[in-house]
Design a protein around this ligand. Structure first.
Ligand SMILES: [Mg+2]
Length: 258
């Protein structure tokens, strides 16, 4: 029996389109006695929306078992005054954080999506406001610094470039709250009461999922769906413990390799 962290986007579905066999694989992993936690860097959907989407594809999920970047932000920034440049969908999950327009203790950068909302959030005016707060001493936090993410229409420009832009302008370094930060993986292992060395991370993103989880000694499986790119694996200095064609093949792969 193992503790298993499952990434959501690219592993269970892509843009809401289920990966074939995903629901069945989750059911079989549970039947085999494994403890599961869903760990996502999603910045465009609330926890409730993530749960509803998974249930819509036949995957039963307790909301408590879904670890989100908004949850990580609440842990890190509760009680602080925060200028948040994030997608509207997750604002409701930032409970306990005081969202402000100025006089911030911290600037928090979320992700982007392909809708006009991204233009509004990352407008010159908002980025200049964030820069001003950093100049006044606010700390910079981000959900992740992803360069791009995978949609059913192909790769899309992500918010990492805005993070790097603000770091460059203000001469600061952002604290990453989501994957691949060690604190995010450690929190997930803790929630399952599991030793990282005995815990598996299953993801489609070599940088965020695999290398991040290996950083705290976890075992890793990369799936060939979602963001997976064979050339990235060939170039990488570290390799996952296993590569499976999709989540559908994970239960039998684990039975052979545990
Ligand atoms: Mg993913």
């Amino acid at each position: 029996m193992a503790a298993i962290l499952l990434d959501v986007d690219g592993v269970l579905h892509v843009s809401g389109d289920p990966i074939p066999g995903a629901a069945d694989a989750v059911r079989r992993l549970r039947e085999n006695g494994h403890r599961l936690r869903f760990v996502t860097n999603t910045t465009t959907r609330s926890r409730a929306q993530i749960v509803a989407e998974l249930e819509g594809q036949g995957i039963e999920v307790d909301p408590e078992d879904v670890q989100t970047v908004a949850g990580a932000a609440v842990k890190a920034l509760a009680g602080k005054r925060v200028l948040a440049l994030t997608m509207h969908a997750i604002v409701g999950d930032l409970d306990g954080i005081e969202l402000v327009g100025d006089g911030a203790d911290a600037v928090l950068l979320g992700g982007a999506d392909e809708t006009p909302e991204t233009n509004l959030v990352f407008s010159y005016m908002n980025l200049a406001r964030a820069f001003a707060e950093l100049e006044l001493g606010a700390d910079l936090y981000c959900f992740h610094r992803n360069r791009w993410w995978q949609t059913k229409h192909g790769p899309q420009f992500d918010a990492g470039a805005y993070v790097v832009g603000l770091e460059y302008a203000a001469g600061v370094e952002a604290v990453v709250l989501g994957k691949p930060s060690s604190s995010y993986f450690a929190a997930a292992c803790e929630a399952l009461d599991a030793d990282p060395h005995m815990t598996w991370m299953v993801g489609d993103d070599l940088e965020s999922d695999i290398i991040g989880a290996q950083g705290i000694g976890m075992k890793t499986v990369l799936v060939r769906t979602g963001k997976f790119r064979p050339d990235a694996v060939e170039r990488a200095r570290t390799q996952p413990d296993g590569i499976v064609s999709s989540i559908g093949h994970l239960p039998e792969w684990l039975e052979e390799h545990l």
